[in-house]
Design a binder for this molecule. Sequence first.
Ligand SMILES: O=C(O)[C@@H](O)C(=O)COP(=O)(O)O
Ligand SMILES: [Zn+2]
Length: 211
Amino acid sequence: MNEQQVRQEMVKWGRSIFERGLTAGSSGNISVKVEDGYLVSPTNSCLGFLDPGRISKLDGAGQLVSGDAPTKELPLHFAFYEKRPTAGAVVHLHSTYATALSCLSDVDPSDAIRPITPYVVMRVGRVPVVPYTRPGSPEIRPLIEKLAGEHAAVLLENHGPVVAGASLDAAVFAIEELEEAAKLSILLRGMPVRMLSPAAIADLDRHFKLK
Ligand SMILES: O=C(O)[C@@H](O)C(=O)COP(=O)(O)O
Ligand SMILES: [Zn+2]
């Protein structure tokens, strides 16, 4: 895909995410790795109305080359690119159920999404919770770097989900699945849920290796 096509993909997915209510107002941000750097949603932009010509273009070192000022969450995005060589895109949203889960004090911080259905195991894997930092703070970078080698997705405590994927499509599909799994997890709270067995999870891990 050439750079113009990637810009169009960011506009298409941004609009789709916004129109389906997966993030509101100017919340959320997306980035995609391109041949000579990164394309990033501008800070304070609405994902539903990205202008392809104003998307922030960064060089390989993260310096702004063209377009509007980038999202303030670059440390978050770069932590994934640094520690996950397979990452081609990163998506952060304030989707309702995943964000709700990130606010619950009794969620296991090493495994916030209980393995209820196979698809979340296949597309997202185990999701840890990263301790709270102020949005945009550089303090998030080392916290994510500790986890990103092993995990494609995290929940930012009291904030929301972040997912890395091999492509923008893959990252969007995974964050959508994370949202659905969080929704099930909240809907089923207090009910006698049958979890997938450790053997079933190991079988899924063998057959559907996450990138
Ligand atoms: O929650 C926040 O403030 C940010 O994480 C966010 O979602 C939007 O920030 P920008 O991408 O800088 O607009
Ligand atoms: Zn945010």
